[in-house]
Design a binder for this molecule. Sequence first.
Ligand SMILES: Cc1ncc(COP(=O)(O)O)c(C=O)c1O
Length: 430
Amino acid sequence: MVPNSHASVKDGRLFLDGVDLVQLAAEQGTPLYVVSESLVRERCAEIRSAFLEKYPNTAAYYASKAFQTLDMCRIVIQEGLGMDAVSGGELFAALKAGVDPRRITFHGNAKSTDELDYALRVGVGRIVSDNLAEVAEIERIAAGLGRRQALLYRITPGVDSHTHRFISTGSLDSKFGIPLDPSVCDLYMRAVLDAAHIDFRGFHFHIGSQLYDNFSHLAATGIALKLMADVKASYGFETKELILGGGFGIKYLPSDNAPGLSYFLDPMMALIAEKTAEAGLPMPWVAIEPGRWIIGEAGLTLYTIRSVKTIPGIRTYVGVDGGMADNIRPALYEAKYYGLLANKAGLEPSKTVTIAGKCCEMGDILIRDLGLPDPETGDILAVFSTGAYNHSMASNYNRIPRPAVVMTRGGGYRLSVRRENYEDLVIRES
Ligand SMILES: Cc1ncc(COP(=O)(O)O)c(C=O)c1O
């Protein structure tokens, strides 16, 4: 069972949304990011049915850092979601794609003055802030523009999430968010409540990524609800908005059992209803920010095998024409991926091999111990679930041009991002 519900095998070849991936590789070259638009839209539909239509006064923002192209921005907006942007560049691209700025939440733990100025000038719906210096700047810029900026605080709930430490963001020792120590909290609350041009709405948390159990999400929700009761008691402030972040896990390996969205959201919404009623608070507007969950499983990467090298008694390295420049996650987080040969998709694995990237780093290993049916030079390897944090984290290390992106739907495909060429690599240089 491949970890992509829109992939299928026909006559020994792998297809995505009815598109023959071996033929696609021949037409577009490799490495190639391939994204199932149908699967992205299916995920958005699930967000609508499991959250937006089920619970009144809610919103969903696509965390565009996971994979941002103009095409993708348009798709998620058509599907009724808003967008989370975390830099001036992501904001620019979202606006260029036609996203209504009021549907954008602007994030970042070290936003520059230019970025804040840009976000306020274009009129982003909300800014999520996590430091005092920024609050003063937002107040100054908003005053200059003669308006009030909606703002939420990102809090550090002090919850350890069970994921790789580089994608765990909610524990006490984190660069993200404001610590909930009462003395620190007091400074932050006074800063926003005294700011005439800040419309303080409430709190945000994001505890980590690729989570399979709801324990950390629920613990963080409980902490945010306690804070909401405390700020009501201390400052008379009634929280109007609560953003629960993203982090919902997806399937990378055939053996992974990723829970559905409801598994996370239903108990969180029940807890919010229960605790706000207990504290005499109104039910807030609640939003989520999934990134990986929307795009991760929808993507796969096609590579061409360039070498097969057996070290007797040790291992067989299968070298492909991409690697850490197009997928940094195995090197960065020890992320695990699954793959199969698109041109031999009907055959049983006969060898256990290691998939090596082409970058000049020993750490450029895409997959360890993958079973494949007698891999040979020229075979097309499909690596699954590469939709999130691959294209968006890609680099030009070793001056490797970044791959193209195609989107598949209903038996056809379109080129969404063209492949970089060598001229692109030096275009900024004098
Ligand atoms: C503030 C915020 N929201 C949402 C996300 C999306 O997380 P995920 O892709 O795990 O859903 C992130 C990821 O880093 C984040 O920092």
